[in-house]
Structures are given as C-alpha cells and as structure tokens.
Design a binder for this molecule. Structure first.
Ligand SMILES: [Zn+2]
Length: 240
C-alpha cells in the first residue's frame, strides 16, 4: 500500500530511505547510550548523571507497566513510555487479554496516548494547525526524502520499552517519527518466554510467496490504483 514516507521516492531514493532508517533502528537497538552528535557532546558529569538517572526512571516506569499488565491478567509482560523534553507524555501496556484485541501492544497504545496529549482537541483530519502533531515541518538537511515537508508526528520524542519491539510496533515507531528507541530485553529473551517476534522479523525478509501467511499480489491492481490517483490529484493533500 502506498502509505509510506518512502513511497514518492524513485527506487534509488527509496533504498537510501530504508538504509538510513535501518541504520537508525540498528543503532537504537544496539545501544542504550546517547548516540546523536548533540547528545554525545561532552557535558559536565553532573548533567550526564542526571540524564542517565532520568532514562533509568523512564525504563523503570515501562517495566512497572509491564508487570502490572501481567499481574492483573491484562496481557503480556510489555510496557512502554514516550518522553518529550524529559517528561513522560504517553504510557502504554500490553492489554491483549483484557481487550481481546491482538494488536493492543504497549508501544502502539503509548503512541496513541502521546498523540492524544499533543493534540489539544479532537482533530479527525480537519485541523492541521500549529500546536498539533499534524503541523508541517521541513525535511532535515541531507534527508533522502523527496517530499519537502511532512507532518511533525512524534518527532522529538523517545520511546522506552522493557522488551524489543515486535515488527508491528517498530513500524508504528517509524510512522510516528520517534527519534530514539530504548529497549531492555532482547528478541531472544522474548522468544524464550514464548512470543513470536523474532520469527516475524525473519518472515518479513522473505519474498511475498515464501511467507508463512498466504499472500496474493497484484489482485485487481488497476482498479485499486484509483485510490492512489485520488491522493495524487488532491491539490491540498497533507503529507505525513
Ligand atoms: Zn508489538
């Protein structure tokens, strides 16, 4: 489906988009230490200590949410918090068992919670003004993105998750334009307690016809493209 920030790119640009996104995700996945040049700049020891103490507090809160979900029988042992300017603005916990909804994961619900907080009123696609996460911001310097500006979403935020995100949640993080992912337990740790996340990442690397779920490609493609043309022809479309 043509809903990705990369979709308007030619093939080379699209590959570059994914390469840089994957590199960013890899960096986030392998280190819990500050990695951006600004964060890595030398600072007084006191402020480093405070920053690390804050990060630990955020992760403690994610873990607290995860444990609460298990103890109350609401879902799996997963919790997440979203932080902006040093403050928690969104909380989520796995509530798959409470809701009977298979996608009720901690990261997705934290994103929904944070988005609601950053949008001062119900938007429902009608208010794209400053002060909402749909406010347009210009692309960054050196970005391979060919679209000059997009909605801000959760840019400027970090997410803390007690366990590695599943592919759905990692994808939700891309859509949200969150800057940095911190997670504790690895995909291997998660496999050990009986969850399939690692397998899904593996399955995603296979061609459509080799995946564990049957996929039919190009079904009524020409008719389906009418929706894409509607988007392309919309003069006041709002890129996100
Ligand atoms: Zn998930």
């Amino acid at each position: 489906m043509k809903r990705c920030a990369c979709d308007s790119l030619p093939d080379a640009g699209r590959r570059a988009f994914f390469a840089s996104a994957a590199a960013a995700a890899g960096a986030a996945a392998t280190t819990a230490l500050p990695s951006s040049p600004a964060e890595a700049a030398p600072k007084p020891a006191q402020s480093d200590k405070k920053e690390l103490a804050d990060k630990r507090k955020f992760m403690e809160e994610a873990t607290r949410l995860a444990i609460e979900s298990v103890e109350k029988g609401w879902g799996g042992p997963f919790g997440a918090v979203i932080v902006k300017d040093g403050e928690i603005i969104g909380r989520g916990q796995n509530r798959v068992l409470l809701t009977g909804c298979p996608v009720f994961h901690a990261e997705v619900t934290a994103i929904i919670d944070a988005s609601a907080k950053l949008n001062p009123k119900a938007l429902l696609g009608s208010d794209y003004n400053a002060g909402t996460i749909l406010e347009m911001i210009p692309r960054e310097a050196n970005s391979p993105d060919l679209v000059p500006e997009r909605a801000r979403m959760l840019k400027g935020c970090e997410i803390y998750i007690n366990g590695a995100p599943c592919p759905m949640c990692m994808s939700a993080i891309y859509w949200s334009r969150i800057d940095h992912v911190y997670f504790g337990a690895s995909l291997k740790d998660t496999s050990k307690i009986g969850f399939d996340d690692a397998f899904q990442y593996e399955d995603f690397t296979r061609p459509w016809d080799k995946r564990s779920i049957a996929v039919t490609e190009n079904f009524e493609r020409e008719a389906c493209l009418a929706a894409y043309r509607a988007w392309e022809n919309k003069k006041d479309r709002h890129p996100y």
